[in-house]
Design a protein around this ligand. Structure first.
Ligand SMILES: Cc1cc2nc3c(=O)[nH]c(=O)nc-3n(C[C@H](O)[C@H](O)[C@H](O)COP(=O)(O)OP(=O)(O)OC[C@H]3O[C@@H](n4cnc5c(N)ncnc54)[C@H](O)[C@@H]3O)c2cc1C
Length: 392
């Protein structure tokens, strides 16, 4: 197999249904895949995006609730080379974010190949090329960019008795709106950003959410003194040590939100930023759920012992009936299910080190820093591949 450069973008060898790709193969047409493709284009490098669903940003289009807004201000969520439209609010809605993604793809003429779920990707050490298989084709390239996301699959923990429950059980990735749960008693398992926001949404439809808070959690106000808490923390970290920034954040949070321990939301001993750095656990940015907890509209419960046919038994021996259960239990990467013969990822599907390694394998969007991490990954990857591209 020779150089891909100068050849047609794709060669189809009919018998094998094999496609030789000019430039890198990017797996995933979410924000990370699109950003990398745009940055590569800027470097003069073509690429091919393989996407398992039928649209770009499928997480945002298909697996998020209607009321979702960006958690962080737009300046921390924009992709490289083309920012959000000026008239967008500070916290764009999910629909605005999707329209931004669509204009981004069209601005850079990015046309992913849809309905191509990657089932295996393996580096061929003999030829020095990646062989990427989907359900109906094999794609071959020198470079592989993994952009399948930290949130590729719902994380469903084992909960005793869950299969006996007679009502609906759904993960937040299938939750759209509280309108489906009007006046119902809903058990929400998990107290991260999604759990809190789903509870808040349920309240708006007169449902009665009970939120299970099994472990400790840091809740911070989304804004402090009119500035985004995230932005403030980033700015302070440039000047002050991490532990001091954590102390300041907690001081202001306790002042504005009160002592969350008293309403069943115990704070971890480690500060919010240190905890994020050490464990990846993101603090909750409050957008109104806390007020509903204080008013008693969202009820906080400690841990589920087991789910029963009509409800749940809790660690404190209480037993309650519920009409529905929503699992706000997070997501996981799916990389280990399709990336073969490579120890670059942990069992949880997270890269062990940052790029690049000998196999010309790159990862974008796995830094635990959301879209901000995506933007810096995409620029670095494109520069690195761009340099190689010019020397082929
Ligand atoms: C409810 C919610 C709110 C969020 N809010 C924010 C926020 O405000 N700010 C922020 O920075 N981050 C936020 N995030 C994190 C957010 O997921 C990311 O920032 C962003 O979507 C990551 O983009 P990505 O392209 O890396 O991954 P994704 O958006 O998950 O895109 C990955 C793509 O890969 C595709 N794919 C997966 N496996 C395969 C396969 N085997 N073959 C082919 N294609 C595949 C998927 O279909 C998907 O389209 C939020 C996440 C959630 C769940």
């Amino acid at each position: 197999m020779g150089s891909c450069k100068g050849e047609q973008q794709q060669h189809r060898h009919d018998e094998t249904h094999c496609v030789l790709v000019q430039g890198p193969i990017i797996i995933g047409a979410g924000p990370s895949g699109l950003a990398t493709s745009a940055c590569l284009k800027q470097e003069g490098v073509p690429s091919l995006i393989l996407e398992k669903s039928d649209c770009i940003a499928s997480l945002w289009q298909h697996r998020t609730y209607d009321r979702l807004k960006l958690h962080l201000p737009k300046q921390f969520c924009q992709l490289p080379l083309l920012g959000f439209p000026q008239n967008f609010p500070k916290y764009p809605t999910k629909h605005q974010f999707i329209s931004y993604m669509e204009s981004y793809a069209s601005h850079f003429s990015i046309q992913p190949t849809f309905n191509q779920a990657v089932t295996s990707a393996e580096f061929d050490h003999v030829t020095g090329f990646w062989r990427v298989k989907t359900q109906d084709s094999e794609y071959i390239s020198r470079w592989l960019v993994v952009a399948t996301g930290e949130n590729a699959e719902p994380l469903i923990p084992y909960i005793p008795g869950i299969h006996t429950f007679s009502g609906p059980v759904l993960h937040t990735s299938s939750y759209k709106s509280g309108s489906e749960f009007k006046n119902q008693r809903v058990l929400v398992i998990g107290c991260g950003n999604s759990g809190m926001e789903v509870c808040l949404d349920l309240c708006r439809y007169n449902a009665i959410p009970h939120m299970v808070v099994r472990s400790t959690v840091h809740v911070l106000p989304r804004e402090m003194f009119g500035f985004s808490t995230f932005g403030m923390a980033m700015a302070l970290l440039k000047w002050l040590p991490l532990k001091l920034v954590d102390k300041l954040l907690l001081l202001v949070s306790n002042f504005t939100l009160g002592n969350t321990d008293q309403i069943g939301l115990r704070r971890p001993k480690t500060g919010p930023i240190e905890l994020k750095n050490v464990t990846g656990k993101t603090p909750v940015l409050d957008v109104g759920a806390l007020a509903q907890i204080k008013s008693g509209k969202i009820k906080v419960i400690e841990g589920v012992k087991e789910i029963t046919r009509n409800g749940a038994r809790f660690m404190d021996a209480q037993e309650k009936e519920f009409d529905a259960i929503i699992l706000a239990t997070g997501y996981k990467s799916n990389v280990p299910t399709w990336l073969k013969g490579c120890d670059f990822f942990t069992e949880d599907g997270m890269p062990k080190t940052s790029f690049p390694n000998g196999c010309k394998l790159y990862t974008v969007g796995f830094t635990g820093r959301g879209l901000l991490g995506t933007a810096s990954d995409a620029v670095k990857i494109a520069q690195d591949i761009g340099e190689q591209w010019r020397t082929i």
